[in-house]
Structure formats: C-alpha cells, structure tokens
Design a protein. Structure first.
Length: 278
C-alpha cells in the first residue's frame, strides 16, 4: 500500500513515463528540467534517469558524466553534499550559472549499469524528495514493485503518448494499471507528443478514453529536437520561443497545479500483475 498523504506544495518529484518506447519521454524529461531551471532561478532542479539499461538522457545532452547512479548506490551514507558532488551540471546559459540543472545518469557502460538496481534508485529518489528543489525522473516502463514505489514518490505523473495505434493500446494498458493501483486522476497529466499530424481520429480516441485525466498537446518538432540533440542542449534552451517550448511551459504549470490539487494517494500494489513489461 502506498502512502496516503501528499504535501500540498509545488511538485517536488515529477515522474515522466512513456506509454511505450519511442514516444519521446526522455526528450520531455530533459526539457521539463530545463524549463524548470529557466523559470526557477536559484532553485535546485535535478533530472534522474531511471532507465538503467538505456540511459538516453546523457546521450541527448551530449555528455559523459564523470559520476553515475552507481557511485551513489555504492555509498552507505548519502547526503546532499555527496549528491551534489556526483551530479553532472547542465548549464543552460553560461553567463548565468543559476540557469542549470543537475543530471544523474546510470552508467553508460552496459556492464556497470547491471550493477545498479531499481531498488537502489528508489532509495536515492526518496532522498531527492527530502532535499530542496524539484526532481524530474525519467521512469522505467517495467511494471513491478520498484516502479510502484517510484510512482508513490511522485507528486505528479506525466504519461507520454503519441497519436499511433500502438500508443493508443499502450495507453489503455497503463490506465488499467493506474486504476488497479487506485491512482487519482488529478495526479496524472497526459501529454500527446507529436500532435497536429494526419492521425486526428486517433487523437480524438485518445482524448475520449482519458477518463477525466487532463491532456496537453506537444506539437511535432522533429527538426528542432534533432538540431538540439546534435548540439547537446534542450529544445527550450535553443528555441525558447518555439511552439514546442511554449507547450513545455504549459506542462510545467499543469504538473505544479495537479500537485496542489491532488487528494490523498491510495495505491494498492497487491492488485496489479507485477513483473510485466508494459
């Protein structure tokens, strides 16, 4: 059973969950962290990549972190100073060092990544929640007790979709999981990535099946995302006035609003089928 009380404050932990692979959850996570860093000067913003076997955040930011989640997991005692020392600082505006966020990535080496467990990531995320600032976590998609624990630590959960038949099917499965867990709809934000294309009928179907969950649209910005990833910068930093960046700002506001309005959580981890890949 997950915790029943959530503080009525600005979201401290925002979980980003891709309904399926390739919907753009990592890109959204990076840009949410960057948008928060740009609008919350002097506040600590962190991005935790919990995809242990496919750590794409560092790749999209074109960096090779000196330290990783493995270094934190190996420490018997972890405090805010140790966490800060193991962070890879992503500076958005070199002239304004306050405009930055901290990246915490799994090891980029596959063999080293196998030495980190999701249980250790849960422990680290619980520490992040107690520290000042906001943490965006790029969640894994395996449905198990570790994911349930991470969802419990999230003040707001962003489910990333795209207008395809397979994403529609994946969304239905995830909403079944959320219902089994007893997750309140107002802790959820659905984001339809790459919207505005030719598949308008599927977009309508997605909207009709959200059961009261608010859905925001993220316009297709393939060229902007590709250009930004080549330079290793978030889209919101390279193209701050683009429709994509404005949509990211709306998602940030929705996450903060939902965390303020959310009632008590009432997850039941015993009602779901664990260990299945979604």
């Amino acid at each position: 059973m997950l915790s029943k009380n959530k503080a009525k404050t600005t979201a401290k932990v925002i979980g980003v969950l891709g309904a399926k692979g390739g919907v753009g959850a990592t890109t959204l996570s990076i840009n949410l962290a960057a948008a928060l860093a740009s609008t919350a000067a002097n506040k600590t913003i962190s991005l935790l990549d919990a995809n242990l076997q496919q750590p794409d955040a560092a790749c999209l930011l074109n960096c090779t972190p000196r330290y990783s989640l493995l270094d934190l997991a190996r420490r018997s005692a972890v405090d805010d100073e140790v966490i800060a020392a193991c962070a890879e600082n992503i500076v958005l505006e070199p002239a304004k060092l306050a405009r930055q966020f901290r990246l915490f990535s799994p090891p980029l080496d596959a063999n080293l990544a196998l030495q980190v467990s999701l249980a250790e990531v849960v422990r680290l995320l619980s520490l992040f929640k107690e520290l000042p600032g906001t943490c965006v976590v790029d969640l894994p998609r395996s449905v198990n007790l570790d994911l349930v624990s991470m969802l419990d630590l999230c003040d707001c959960i962003v489910l990333v979709l795209e207008p395809t038949v397979t994403a529609l099917a994946a969304a239905r499965r995830w909403f079944d999981v959320f219902q089994d867990l007893g997750l309140a709809n107002d802790r959820l934000v659905a984001v339809l990535n790459r919207s505005g294309g030719k598949l308008k009928e599927i977009e309508k179907q997605l909207s009709s099946e959200l059961n009261g969950v608010s859905m925001l649209r993220l316009p297709n910005a393939y060229e902007a995302c590709e250009s930004a990833s080549i330079e290793g910068v978030p889209v919101v930093a390279k193209y701050p006035r683009s429709p994509f960046s404005k949509a990211i700002d709306e998602i940030v506001l929705a996450c903060q609003r939902d965390s303020l309005d959310s009632p008590s959580a009432n997850f039941n981890s015993q009602q779901i089928s664990l260990g299945q890949e979604k």
